[in-house]
Design a protein around this ligand. Structure first.
Ligand code: GDP
Ligand code: IMO
Ligand code: MG
Length: 439
């Protein structure tokens, strides 16, 4: 069976990019299927660091076919910048990269709209988006009347379509408080000229990825699906409304990629050994103290896309157990184990106290989640670096105990441990660390 998924189980930035790059040589195809340039996936290869936003993290391996499938939203301008930057660094993006005609385009008006609406609060907090136009683009996709797809970029009638949409967008955005200066950039003639250049540059890569993917699956080729964001940011199943606008948990793979569930047989759930979140929204285990600051420093927890400091906190087993089940996770990849090596004691949230009652499920409503107080188990720190460990038996006993505890609490065996950003700083666990996972 050919399909493996890499899914973030927290609020994004779990180090999916590192893992996808590492696993890619075992696969024929790497597939991005949702999200857009809100993603920032870091790949460290020797002395080189690559920050990928649209382009799948298999791109460093020239024999791997990389697909951007219908569920992704593409900003053609930043996509071209990304391509150019990679090519300048000697990474070819030609026949090894295919973009679906069905994918939607993040147009310049979506960026303006994201900026204007991001000022608005939901309740008493702003969503704090990445300002990449993601929500507005997905909104237009679902609304249909103002959407522009990759297919529209390379087919006849492009300028007419842009004109019709741009004129209405300018009126709508003026109503939302858009300035004359930014609205001038949305004039149909300005956008049409840019679109012509985008089409010329991207045309050779554009095609029907759906048939390509189905052919590959039916020919038993090995396919790796690269999730973006994390399952707690899933539009339907995450901490709504403080989420992204796509299905970023495991349930989104089939719809976004265009592949039936029967072709997926393994789901790797990626999580940090602690938690982080960027932007607004509830975060029960957040540490707004010196320990949180310490984790941010040790883990270099600053956004790959926006540079914003990430909010840091303890591992939340209630949340990850939920997202692992939702995503059908078969193996956990526990990342950033090196960061915890420097702490005297480590806490894991095993349940919440909600209005005096102990609960072990993630509440649906954001207000209830805000009232949840984490119930912690405290585990002694191992105070010994693990970044040079290459086998589990090189781990200090305390670190192994921590991994065992996470496995038991989440109910899925850990198959991969990461002890640093480098490819070599990864341990593949042959047999589950725990003797018997809970489920
Ligand atoms: P993604 O969005 O899930 O691909 O994750 P990001 O790339 O946004 O953030 C993960 C960050 O952690 C990147 O800077 C990685 O280079 C780095 N990283 C990956 N694995 C490890 C690890 O095990 N330890 C440490 N200290 N850093 C890691
Ligand atoms: P990767 O793929 C972390 C967060 C934003 C914001 C919310 C909505 O690198 O893990 P959006 O711009 O999508 O409308 O923002 O989602 N967010 C991410 N946080 N990693 C990401 O991607 C994210 N993509 C979106 O910070 O809270
Ligand atoms: Mg990221």
């Amino acid at each position: 069976m050919p399909g493996t998924c890499v899914i973030g189980l927290q609020w994004g930035d779990e180090a999916k990019g590192k893992l996808v790059d590492l696993l890619a040589p075992q696969f024929d195809l790497v597939v991005r299927y949702q999200g857009g340039a809100n993603a920032g996936h870091t790949v460290v290869a020797g002395n080189e660091t690559y920050k990928l936003h649209h382009i799948p993290s298999g791109i460093l391996h020239s024999q791997v076919q990389n697909l951007i499938t219908p569920g992704v939203v593409i900003n053609p301008s930043t996509m071209i910048d990304e391509l150019d930057a990679l090519e300048k660094r000697g990474i070819a993006c030609g026949s090894n990269l295919r973009i679906s005609e069905r994918a939607h385009l993040v147009m310049p008006w979506h960026i303006v709209e994201d900026r204007l609406l991001n000022k608005q609060h939901v309740g008493n907090e702003s969503i704090g988006t990445t300002l990449r136009g993601i929500g507005p683009c997905y909104r237009d996709k679902v609304g249909r009347t103002h959407a522009i797809r990759v297919a529209d970029l390379v087919n006849g009638g492009r300028d007419e379509r842009i004109r019709a949409v741009a004129e209405q967008k300018i009126a709508i955005l003026r109503g939302l408080g858009g300035s004359d200066e930014e609205l001038a950039q949305l004039e149909p003639s300005v956008v049409a000229e840019r679109a012509a250049a985008w089409a010329e540059r991207l045309r050779p890569m554009i095609g029907d990825t759906t048939y390509l993917l189905l052919d590959a699956a039916e020919a038993n080729q090995q396919i790796l699906y690269e999730g973006a964001q994390g399952a707690l940011l899933d539009i339907d199943h995450g901490t709504y409304p403080f989420v992204t606008s796509s299905n970023s948990s495991g349930v989104g793979v089939c719809a976004g990629a265009g592949v039936p569930p029967r072709w997926i047989d393994e789901v790797i759930g990626v999580c940090k050994a602690y938690s982080t979140r960027v932007g607004g929204g509830p975060f029960p285990t957040e540490l707004e103290d010196a320990t949180g600051e310490r984790i941010r420093k040790l883990g270099n927890e600053y956004g790959t896309t926006t540079g914003r400091p990430r909010r840091c906190g303890w591992f939340d087993a209630v949340a990850v157990r939920y997202t692992a089940r939702l995503s059908g996770v078969t193996r956990l990849a526990l990342m950033m184990m090196d960061v915890l090596s420097h702490l005297d004691e480590i806490k894991v949230c095993v349940a919440y106290d909600l209005d005096g009652e102990r609960i072990e499920q993630l509440p649906t409503h954001v207000d209830a989640l805000r009232r949840c107080r984490p119930i912690y188990e405290t585990i002694p720190g191992w105070n010994e670096p693990v970044d040079d460990a290459r086998r589990v038996d090189e781990f200090p006993a305390g670190a192994i105990d921590y991994v065992r505890r996470i496995e038991a609490l989440v109910g899925v065996p850990v198959g991969i441990l990461s002890v640093g950003p480098d490819r070599a700083q990864t341990i593949f666990v042959d047999s589950p660390v725990a003797e018997a996972p809970l489920r």
